[in-house]
Design a protein around this ligand. Structure first.
Ligand code: PLP
Length: 383
């Protein structure tokens, strides 16, 4: 049933080669940035270039989209000014419907969904790792969308994409997968039956912590997709040419970054799991992690660069550990080349389901030995 993309090239080849075909007029090796927001109309009153006005899209956005579509095995992609702009464009393009979403997911999107009744939607939050609970939550003929996130923030729980897609499709619902933490290097959700993929491209796709961007990719464009495209244009939420160019540039090293970050995260997870001050390491790559079996079947070549640790000493020791690191940077967000540490429940604030003794770790490209030693020293100082 799994229909993996039949693209002849591997992701590393795609990312390195797709945007270096040479620009047609100058023969520049790397893509140009066209900043024009308006384009010349032909004398016969047409627009033979296809370019009209920059609120619809721009050449840099289209370049990033074509590469992302190839990586996801998608028919089309749409790049937005942020991950939340992309996701909410999808939610707002649905006719009022019932949405099933995870109890634990990226908190800013969850807060948006909580107020989605204002936009006509009904919403049910479930434990997405519990297939029976998911089936019970889906209302045949009524549920329009099942939203999943795997691995999901900030506990890195795993959702079985193929199983959820099957249950959703039987009931007539679409499945959209927030695959921000997995990236198309490790998982291509469309191949497992998801209809739409979301990425906060602010994270790994750009990878350098210097662009806000988001993307939706679709397996088979439909009427909903046309509405999403229209909404991007009408709401003015497309990414600008400079940022789109930076995103495309970041994408070109995605494969090697994600693989290196996954390797380091796995090394750290194993070593941290043995640490006497740590009560739990949340990482789907650990064989005793609850989602490991499913993760191993749908994540290829690694389990991602994100993990969380829980400190036996509780919230005080967690916050103090974050205060005592010197290589890890205390900051929110993830997926950049620099390693970040975050006391997540402080960030999520009131109503957060994130345990207060938890630190979220985004593993960058530093040497894993240095990262481990830095964290170990910080924990020792915080005891
Ligand atoms: C950051 C993030 C988002 C939102 O993306 P922005 O680019 O910050 O708007 C959505 N989903 C996940 C999993 C994220 O980590």
């Amino acid at each position: 049933m799994i229909d993996l993309p039949t693209t002849a090239m591997k992701p590393g080849t795609l990312t390195a080669s797709v945007l270096s075909e040479g620009e047609p007029i100058t023969r520049a090796l790397t893509p140009a940035i066209h900043v024009a927001m308006t384009y010349i109309r032909d004398a016969d009153n047409g627009y033979s270039s296809g370019n009209v006005y920059g609120r619809a899209d721009n050449t840099s956005v289209r370049q990033a989209e074509s590469l992302i579509s190839e990586l996801e095995g998608a028919a089309e992609s749409l790049v937005f000014g942020s991950g939340t702009a992309a996701a909410t464009a999808l939610f707002l393009s649905l006719e009022p419907t019932h949405i099933v979403a995870p109890q634990l997911m990226y908190w800013a999107l969850q807060s948006w969904l909580r107020q989605s009744p204002r936009f006509g939607h009904q919403i049910t939050f479930v434990d997405m790792s519990d297939l029976e609970a998911v089936k019970a939550a889906i209302r045949p003929g009524k549920t329009g969308l099942v939203w999943i996130e795997t691995p999901s923030n900030p506990l890195w729980t795993i959702t079985d994409i193929a199983a959820v897609a099957q249950s959703a499709h039987v009931a007539g619902a679409l499945v959209a997968a927030d695959s921000t933490a997995a990236t198309p290097i490790l998982t291509q959700p469309l191949a497992y039956g998801a209809d739409i993929v979301l990425h906060s491209a602010t994270k790994y796709l750009n990878g350098h912590s210097d662009v806000s961007a988001g993307v939706l990719a679709i397996a088979k464009p439909n009427e909903l997709w046309s509405r999403v495209r229209k909404m991007r244009e009408q709401n003015g939420s497309v990414l600008g040419p400079f940022e789109a160019w930076l995103l495309a540039r970041g994408l070109r090293t995605l494969d090697i970054r994600v693989k290196a970050q996954s390797r380091s995260a796995e090394v750290l997870a194993r070593r941290l799991a043995k640490h006497s001050a740590i009560s739990g390491v949340l990482y789907p790559g650990l064989v005793d992690s609850p989602g490991h079996r499913v993760a191993a079947s749908q994540m290829m070549g690694g389990f991602g660069g994100m993990l969380s640790i829980r400190l036996k000493g509780g919230p005080r020791v967690a916050i103090s550990t974050a205060a005592n690191v010197s290589i890890w940077r205390r900051a929110t967000s993830f997926g950049g080349i620099e390693s970040l540490i975050e006391h997540r429940s402080s960030m999520e604030g009131e109503g957060s389901l994130c345990p207060a003794d938890l630190l979220r770790l985004s593993v960058g490209l530093e040497d894993p030995d240095d990262l481990f030693n830095d964290l170990e020293r910080a924990i020792a100082r915080s005891a």
